[in-house]
Design a protein around this ligand. Structure first.
Ligand SMILES: Nc1ncnc2c1ncn2[C@@H]1O[C@H](COP(=O)(O)OP(=O)(O)O)[C@@H](O)[C@H]1O
Ligand SMILES: [Mg+2]
Length: 325
C-alpha cells in the first residue's frame, strides 16, 4: 500500500517514523498546523482485538494529555484505517539523539531524568501505567522530554487485554515483573526509567544483548560501570528487582530536581538536540505546501531504513508472547 495523501481532515506531507503498528506521518490541519498522524497497518486494522487496543491507546493518551506528552488532537479508532493525530513535536527521539550525537553528558541526564519523572507523575496521576518507556518513545523537545506511544499502556488498573502469563513490552527496557508476566504497576515504569537513563548516559541498554535477556532482567544486577558515578546509586534504586523497593516518583523528583538545579552552565536542550529541533522546525515549515507523502521528514537524520531499524531492533520492538516459567 502506498502512502496516503489525506487522513481524516489532515493532508499528509511526509513520513516521521515507523513502529510496530504502522507509519507515523507528518500532516497538516486545514488551518495549517503540523500534526503527527499515526496510521494503523491494514492487516492489524482487520483484527477487532487490535482495534480495541488502539482505542485504548487513544484513551490513555487523552487521559494523560498536557505538557509531558504529545497531546491528542483527533482520532478515528473505527476508521479504515484507524488513525490518531497528535501535536507534532519538533525534536529527535532519545534513540535518535544518542545514535547521532552519542550519549548525553551527565548534567543533561539529570535534566532528562527530572523531566521524565515529571512526565511519569502526569501519566500515573491519570491512572495510566505506560509499560513501554524506552528511547524511541521519548521525544526531546525544546521545553523537555515528552513521553509518547501509549500503545500497550494500562488504564486505571484494568487488565482487559493483558492476560496473566502474557508478556508485553520492549525486552531491553522491561521490568522483572513484566518479563515474568506478573502484575505491572507504576513501579514498572520507574524500573524502565532507570534503563532509559542508562541508555542516555552510555548509549547502551542496561542488560546487554538479547540472548538470555529475560533471565538477566529477572535475576542479575544491571551493568552500571559505564554510568557516571553520580548517577549510579539513583539508577540502581530505580532498578531494584522488587517493585516495592523502588522509589516513588515524588522521592525521585526531589533527587533529580536538586541535582539538575545544581548544574550550572549547560542546560536543556543539549546542543545537538537544539540543532535538530531547529532543523525540523524549518523543514516542517517548508513542507506546508510542497510536501509529498512518501518523503521522510528529518531527511538528514532519520532515513526510512533507520526508522525500520528502530522499529525492529532494540528500541522499537514490542513483544507479545507467552512466557512459561
Ligand atoms: N507527536 C509527534 N511528533 C513528532 N514525531 C512523532 C510524534 N509521534 C510519533 N513520532 C515519531 O514516530 C515514531 C513512532 O511513533 P510511536 O507513537 O512511538 O509509534 P509506534 O507505536 O509505531 O512505535 C516516534 O519514535 C517518533 O519518531
Ligand atoms: Mg513507539
Amino acid at each position: 500500500m502506498g502512502d496516503p495523501r489525506r487522513v481524516g481532515r489532515y493532508r499528509i506531507v511526509g513520513r516521521l517514523g515507523a513502529g510496530g503498528m504502522g507509519w507515523v506521518y507528518l500532516g497538516r490541519s486545514p488551518g495549517g498546523r503540523a500534526m503527527a498522524v499515526k496510521v494503523v497497518r491494514p492487516e492489524l486494522a482487520a483484527d477487532e482485538a487490535f482495534r480495541q487496543r488502539f482505542a485504548r491507546e487513544v484513551d490513555a493518551a487523552r487521559a494523560v494529555g498536557g505538557a509531558f506528552t504529545a497531546p491528542v488532537v483527533d482520532a478515528d479508532t473505527q476508521g479504515d484505517p484507524p488513525w490518531l493525530a497528535t501535536v507534532y513535536v519538533p525534536g529527535p527521539s532519545l534513540a535518535e539523539a544518542v545514535r547521532t550525537g552519542g550519549p548525553l553528558p551527565e548534567e543533561q541526564v539529570w535534566e532528562l531524568g527530572a523531566g521524565l519523572v515529571e512526565a511519569l507523575q502526569a501519566i500515573h496521576g491519570a491512572h495510566v501505567v505506560h509499560r513501554d518507556l524506552k528511547p524511541s518513545n521519548i521525544l526531546l523537545a525544546e521545553d523537555g522530554p515528552r513521553v509518547i506511544d501509549f500503545g500497550i499502556s494500562l488504564v486505571d488498573g484494568r487488565h482487559g487485554l493483558t492476560l496473566p502469563g502474557v508478556v508485553m513490552g520492549t525486552p531491553p527496557f522491561m521490568s522483572p515483573e513484566q518479563v515474568r508476566g506478573a502484575r505491572v504497576g507504576p513501579a514498572s515504569d520507574v524500573f524502565s526509567l532507570g534503563g532509559v537513563l542508562v541508555f542516555a548516559a552510555t548509549g547502551r541498554a542496561p542488560f546487554g544483548p538479547e540472548e538470555g535477556l529475560f533471565y538477566r532482567i529477572a535475576h542479575e544486577e544491571p551493568r552500571l560501570d559505564a554510568v557516571p558515578a553520580g548517577l549510579r546509586s539513583l539508577i540502581a534504586w530505580c532498578m531494584a528487582k522488587s517493585p516495592g523497593d523502588r522509589p516513588g516518583t515524588d522521592a525521585l523528583l526531589a533527587e533529580f530536581a536538586a541535582r539538575s538545579g545544581e548544574v550550572a552552565g549547560e542546560s536543556w536542550p543539549p546542543a545537538g538536540v537544539a540543532e535538530t529541533i531547529r532543523e525540523r522546525a524549518g523543514e516542517v515549515a517548508e513542507r506546508g505546501s510542497t510536501g509529498t507523502p512518501g518523503a521522510s521528514v528529518s531527511s538528514c537524520l532519520l532515513s526510512h531504513a533507520q526508522a525500520l531499524l528502530d522499529a525492529g531492533l532494540t528500541d522499537g520492538m514490542v513483544v507479545e508472547a507467552s512466557w512459561r516459567r
